[in-house]
Each structure stands twice: as C-alpha cells, then as structure tokens.
Design a protein around this ligand. Structure first.
Ligand SMILES: *Cc1c(COP(=O)(O)O)cnc(C)c1O
Length: 466
C-alpha cells in the first residue's frame, strides 16, 4: 500500500483528543476549501479525515473520534473493512470498468443474485444496479410507470428520497433540499405520515388511522387507478427516524396490491442489516413489489439497486434501464464482500445488540431530561427527538447545542428531522461494545452540560485506553 496509512479495524479503538475540534490542520483545510469547494456542499463536522475503521474516525490532527454516523449509514461493516479492501484491491487490479451495457462481467450478476436471495419475498426477482440512492429511487418510478401505464406517484410527509429532480419532488423538506431548485416533477402527491409521537389521537391508533386517511385521500384526490407507485421509507431517515405506527405499512401494501399500485420500499438507509433485520420491511412482514437499496450495500463504494418482482422489472423494454457506471465492477466486488461480512460476522444480530445497549440508556436519559420528547428507532438506527419540555414544540436549538457538545468531546453524531430537532445514531455495526458505551457516556455529558453556559472547553485534551 506504499506509504498510505492503514485504516480498518486495526486502528486503535479509542476516543482520543489531542487538539481542539476541529484542530489546526482541519482549520487550514477548511480555509482552502472555501476558495475551491462550492458553498452549497456542507459538512456536519469539519474535521478532515485521515483514516477510519471499526468504530473510529481519525482526523488529520490525530484526533480519534467515536463514529455514531457511519457516513450516514453507509459503512455498516466498518470503514476499510478487510474483506472489502481485499475484494476491491483484487478487482481494481483486474479491470476497473467496461460498462455493463457494453461488455458485462460476473460481479454484477452475482450482486443481483444476492439481492434476490436477501430481499423480502420468495417470488421470482430481477435487479438493476445504479450509483446512488436517488438514482435507484428514480428508477423505481420509471419501472412502476412502465409496468402500470399510470403516472401518479404517492409520497409522504417527512419523506427523503434524494436530490435529483424527480426525487426532490418526492422529498418533503424544503430547506435545504428544494429551496430555489424548482420547478419539480409533476404527478407527485404527498400524503400524511403515521408519525406516532405527533399523531393527534396518540401512538396506539396512529398506524390504522393514518392508513385510512391516506387511502381515502388517494381515492378521492388522485383515484387509485391512476397511481403507478406508492413510495415509502419503512423507517424514515432524514425525516427524523420515524418508525411508522404499527399496521401502517401492511395496510398500505395491502391497498396497493388490491389497486394494482406498485408498492416501493425505499430501503436506502434502512437496508443491509441496519435495523436488526436485513431489510426494515421484515419487521412487519411487508413484502414490497420493488425495493431501492444503496448506502450500506457496498462498504462505502457507490452502488445502488432496484430489486423487485420479475414481471414488474421485466416490463421495461430492452435498453430502457442503465447508466455508464451503474454496477461498476469495483463497487460490485465491494458489495459481495460486504454481504459476506454481514453474514460471517452476524451483523444483523450486532444491530440488535446495539439496540439492546442503546435503547435502555436513551430511555434513562429521557427520564432525566424532559426535553427529550421521544426515543425511537430499531437496531442501530436510533434517535431522540428534542422538544420544549412539557410540549411537543420542536427544539432545534438544543439539538444543535447537544450535537456540538458531542463533537467537541470526540463523538460524531448527526441531526435529522423536518424540524431539525432529532439527534440520530447510526454506529457502524462492528462498533466495539466499550466504544458504544463510551459514546453514550459522552452523549449524557453533553446533555448534562446543557444550560450551564460552559460550552465544551475547546482545549480539553483527553485520552482513553483502547
Ligand atoms: C440517502 C437516501 C437517499 C438518497 O441516496 P443518495 O445516495 O444520497 O442519492 C434516498 N432515500 C433514502 C431513504 C436515503 O436515506
């Protein structure tokens, strides 16, 4: 590997701060970036990364941070996971690209076979591979329209499906995703979401009532026979880790089946073991017609997929699907190694173990801090929603304060939510237990420090044993 410093799980698994966050070398890079990188591309935590692996990210100043983000649910198998590194190295030395549409190769076929085996449902399946989550979701709509001969697409409040023109139309939140970028694709209809914490009659009735509202609105406002697809995240990601009220997904899937509508699960964030199942639809026994995957699929290499019923997928004419890089051989090699790693290391079980560790501690934290209105999620996709105590009024300010305090103490956390008031936790599934616990300690300290007007002393230098 020449003089490239190795990352991966052999990196010391410790939280270690040797400078303030961000440190001087990161601040230099931030200054350089300002005159080269477009302002529209932002970073949650501007520490520049040198290496990463297991449960840590090491920056250019030598700080080792606990990673509760996984690059947004991507490196579930860990950064520079050994099997991924080996598979990618072998593939990159053999050939880097021919374009599957020009001269195909086995890796693409093998990934499609794995997707057929792993995704919900025993029916005959086909897959097509792309580069990004948005591209996969966009293709689910193309395929559903080709199959049904219909045009309307149903999406939901708080949805996030990407940043291309069609997926912006599907995405709910204006700032920062849509503001000033219109006009948007037409024939997209937004429906209420079964959001248990904010459902007027309470969480128990949320799923059933929301499904009835959605079905009634589709029938009266669009007409079920005009709808090509219902597109939904089985747990909403950017929208705030909203686990739909129980029964909502099965009711919509059943309505779609009755009405000849293609039921599309956007499992871009929830897929590949993240929620303690291979796919989040499994938690309620829902079998989607089409499923979009990306993020966790390939250990950090860009790859996405649409997998679905053979008769729907194959309704598209020859040549109708594709793209220059879709299913790139290096990304396919990474995906095969990622899938093998998830199985060999039982990372589905590991995600459940993350839930077993984190949920009780987050609930205990909620007892102490009345600003934590809700604790939710599944597996290693967990979140707390912050509100003004005693109300459901979102508190984005405190959310930012806690995130900043975590960052200053060496814990990388992300925020989310339509109202910017959700702290979300997405640790790599290979996160060592001691780091998971320590990350929770840091989170507790960040909450405990709230309102003490003692923002994290930026010069704190701590060191913990591996
Ligand atoms: C991230 C995400 C997307 C978009 O994926 P990109 O690879 O960023 O285009 C789509 N849907 C969901 C649910 C996501 O979390």
């Amino acid at each position: 590997m020449g003089n490239i410093a190795a990352g991966g799980p052999s990196l010391p698994q410790e939280r270690r701060l040797v400078t303030e966050i961000p440190g001087p070398r990161s601040r230099q890079l931030t200054a350089r970036r300002g005159s080269a990188v477009a302002r529209g591309v932002s970073s949650t935590l501007p520490v520049y990364v040198d290496r990463a692996g297991g449960g840590v990210v090491v920056d250019v100043d030598g700080n080792s941070l606990i990673d509760f983000g996984s690059g947004i649910a991507v490196v579930s198998v860990g950064n520079a996971a050994p099997a991924v590194v080996e598979a990618v190295s072998d593939q990159v030395a053999a050939f880097t690209h021919t374009c599957f549409m020009v001269a195909p190769y086995e890796g693409y076929v093998a990934v499609c076979e794995q997707l057929a085996r792993l995704t919900p449902g025993a029916h005959e399946k086909r897959s097509a591979l792309f580069n990004s989550g948005a591209e996969a979701v966009e293709n689910t709509v193309k395929i559903a329209r080709a199959h049904t001969g219909r045009q309307a697409v149903v999406a939901f409040e708080h949805a996030y499906h990407g940043r291309t023109n069609l997926t912006m139309a599907l995405t709910a939140k204006n700032m920062p995703y849509k503001q000033s970028f219109g006009p948007f694709a037409s024939d997209v209809y937004r429906m209420p979401m079964a959001y248990p914490f904010r459902w007027p009659t309470g969480p128990e009735r949320c799923g059933e009532e929301a499904a009835a509202q959605v079905i009634s609105a589709i029938e009266s406002q669009i007409g079920g026979s005009n709808v090509a697809a219902i597109v939904i995240e089985p747990i909403q990601g950017e929208g705030g880790f909203i686990v739909p009220g129980e029964g909502f997904l099965p009711a919509l899937a059943e309505y779609a089946r009755r009405s000849g509508i293609v039921f599309v699960a956007d499992e871009v964030q929830t897929g590949f073991a993240r929620t303690g199942a291979w796919f989040a639809c499994e938690h309620e026994g829902v079998v989607p017609d089409l499923i979009a995957t990306a993020k966790g699929i390939a250990g950090g290499l860009p790859l996405s997929a649409v997998t679905g019923r053979a008769e729907i997928m194959d309704s598209v004419h020859v040549g109708g699907l594709g793209g220059t890089y879709g299913g790139n051989p290096i990304a396919c090699a990474a995906a095969l190694a990622t899938i093998a790693t998830i199985e060999d290391q039982d990372l589905v079980g590991a995600a459940r173990q993350v839930e077993a560790t984190m949920l009780p501690r987050l609930r205990a934290l909620q007892e102490r801090f009345p600003g934590i209105g809700d604790v939710r999620g599944r597996g290693a996709m967990l979140a707390v929603e912050l509100v003004k105590p005693g109300t459901k009024e979102p508190d984005a300010g405190v959310t930012q304060d806690v995130a900043k305090a975590c960052h200053a103490r060496g814990l990388l956390v992300l925020t989310a939510g339509t109202y910017g008031n959700v702290l979300r936790f997405l640790p790599p599934l290979v996160m060592p237990q001691h780091l998971l616990e320590e990350g929770l300690d840091v989170l507790e300290q960040a909450f405990a420090g709230l309102g003490t007007s003692q923002p994290e002393a930026p010069s704190t230098v701590i060191s913990t044993p591996a």
